[in-house]
Every structure is written in structure tokens, then in C-alpha cells.
Design a protein around this ligand. Structure first.
Ligand code: LIP
Length: 287
């Protein structure tokens, strides 16, 4: 498919609609916090889904579909129920209705709606909304990243010794993968100010973008966990890479983002690769 041309007024409209839909989704999530949830597990006892994830994803997709009938979608819950994860140059909304579902279940405040709009396979518009804290993170390519209208800027720390690193255990409980993760964390914690695990990739990326941590890495994420965070970090001045040090590949299920290349390289030198099956065969660089 040929490259798509987009007008900047269209991009503004996409961002406006994404912010509105994220706010509506936030209301649904906040009211669901008060009621008992029916929880199902997906691939492990730590891979949860609730009716709210499904309900919110349907709501977001149907709103976008009404407004932009030619656009395509990749949603966490749609893929879980068998839809293909296919990305073309066409405008494609990549949606995680609740990133941090386990946090949502436990009312631990780091969960959010993550929405990235990719055009020509690059995120052009990003919205991450944490309704618990009322933090709305937004970015438009080339126009900076914001949280509730305050411009974001990454930290200027460039030595791992002075850095706080965000990392996750992820949802797989495969013993070999767990051993590698714990060993890596052990190496990093000995060479930095410490490690934090928040349970939401999108939130972790927004915190790096906000200068509240120097790097975040994870093996096992999916494209919907990072599609929006990718642009938010880049627009705040940070770097987003594959843990090998090459360009990030959104379908490769692994990512590192950092406030700068120096910190990224120092973390990368300590990482152990954890293998996961890709989301799709295409290589999708956010650059
Ligand atoms: C979660 C991620 C988190 C990761 C979990 C899971 P979900 O997303 O954001 O960082 O460690 O494995 O993928 O499933 O709550 O949308």
C-alpha cells in the first residue's frame, strides 16, 4: 500500500477525538472500580482480563469507527479473541483499553487507557490517560509531549549510577524467562539507584517522558502496550530502542526507552534476552 498523506488539521482532529474517547473510557473504568469484577485469566495467572477491558475496547473502537470509518484497529482484547494483528500504512488505532489490568483489579493507581494512531506504520498521535490520577498524557509527532498541558522533558542524568530504572516481570510465569528477568534485575539494581515495577508499560514510558525515571525496559510486551508511549517518550526528548540497541520494532514484543542513548546503552549492556513470539511478522519502527 502506498504512503498515506495526512493534513495537519486531520491530525488535530484525531488527537481531539482520542482525548475525548479516553476521558469517556476513564469514566467507565472509575465507576467499575467500585463494583466487584469478574476476572478471567489469559496465558498465565498473572495475565488478567475483566469485562471492563472488553467493554472499554468496544466503546473506543465503535467511537473511532463512527468518526473515521476508513480507519483500521488493533486492540488488545480483539486480538485475544482471535482477530489478526495486521498493520498496513492505513491509519490504524492501536488500543489497550486498560494497560495495567492487574493494577485495575487491585485498585493500584497505575492503570491507564493507551491509544496510539499509526499512519504509514509510525505513531502520529498518542494518548495515555490515567483516570485514577487524572493524568492525561498526549503527543503529536513533531509537537512535543504533554501531561495535562504541561510540556514533558526527560531527565538529563547520563550515568546509570544516578538512575532509577523501571522494569517489569511481565505476565509470563515460565521459569526460564523468570530466571533471566530476575538475574537482569539483580545486575541493574547493583549499578543504579534502584528498580521500580509499576505494572503498566504505558505508565512506565510516560514516567520516563516526565523525567521521573531514567529508563524502562521489558521483554514480553505487545504493540498495544507501547504504541502510544513510544511517541510520548520521543517527543519528550528520549530514545526508544530495541533491547539489542537497534531501532525499536513495535511487533517484536520487547522495548527499552530511556532519557538518552548513554543511559539506554548502559542498561542494554546488562540485559539478558527473553524470547517471545512476535505480535506479527512486519517490522514496525517507531522512528
Ligand atoms: C501489561 C503491561 C505490563 C506488563 C504486563 C502486561 P495489560 O499490560 O503493561 O507492563 O508487565 O505483562 O502486558 O495486560 O495490563 O494491558
Amino acid at each position: 500500500m502506498d504512503k498515506i498523506e495526512v493534513k495537519s488539521s486531520d491530525i488535530d482532529e484525531y488527537l481531539r477525538v482520542a482525548i475525548d474517547v479516553a476521558k469517556e473510557a476513564g469514566k467507565v473504568i472509575c465507576s467499575a472500580l467500585e463494583v466487584e469484577k469478574r476476572i478471567e485469566t489469559k496465558e498465565s495467572l498473572a495475565d488478567l482480563v475483566t469485562e471492563t477491558d472488553q467493554q472499554v475496547e468496544k466503546m473506543i473502537i465503535s467511537t473511532f469507527h463512527q468518526k473515521f470509518p476508513t480507519h483500521c484497529f488493533i486492540g488488545e482484547e480483539s486480538v485475544s479473541s482471535g482477530e489478526k494483528c495486521t498493520l498496513t500504512n492505513a491509519p490504524t488505532w492501536i488500543i489497550d483499553p486498560i494497560d495495567g489490568t492487574t493494577n485495575f483489579v487491585h485498585r493500584f493507581q497505575f492503570s491507564c487507557i493507551s491509544i496510539g494512531l499509526l499512519i504509514n506504520k509510525r505513531t502520529e498521535v498518542a494518548v495515555v490517560f490515567n483516570p485514577n490520577l487524572d493524568h492525561m498524557y498526549t503527543a503529536k509527532r513533531g509537537h512535543g509531549a504533554y501531561c495535562n498541558n504541561t510540556k514533558l522533558k526527560v531527565s538529563d542524568v547520563n550515568n546509570l549510577q544516578n538512575a532509577l530504572i523501571l522494569a517489569e516481570f511481565g505476565s509470563s510465569r515460565d521459569p526460564e524467562k523468570m530466571t533471566k528477568r530476575v538475574e537482569t534485575m539483580h545486575r541493574i539494581v547493583n549499578k543504579s539507584h534502584g528498580i521500580r515495577s509499576l505494572g503498566s508499560a504505558a505508565m512506565a514510558m510516560c514516567l520516563v517522558a516526565s523525567g521521573r525515571g531514567e529508563a524502562y525496559y521489558e521483554y514480553g510486551i505487545h504493540c498495544w502496550d507501547v504504541a502510544a508511549g513510544d511517541l510520548i517518550v520521543r517527543e519528550a526528548g528520549g530514545v526508544v530502542l530495541d533491547p539489542s540497541g537497534s531501532d525499536m520494532d513495535m511487533m517484536a514484543r520487547r522495548v527499552i526507552c530511556a532519557c538518552n542513548k548513554d543511559i539506554a546503552d548502559q542498561v542494554i549492556s546488562l540485559l539478558q534476552t527473553v524470547e517471545f513470539e512476535r505480535d506479527s511478522e512486519e517490522v514496525v519502527s517507531g522512528k
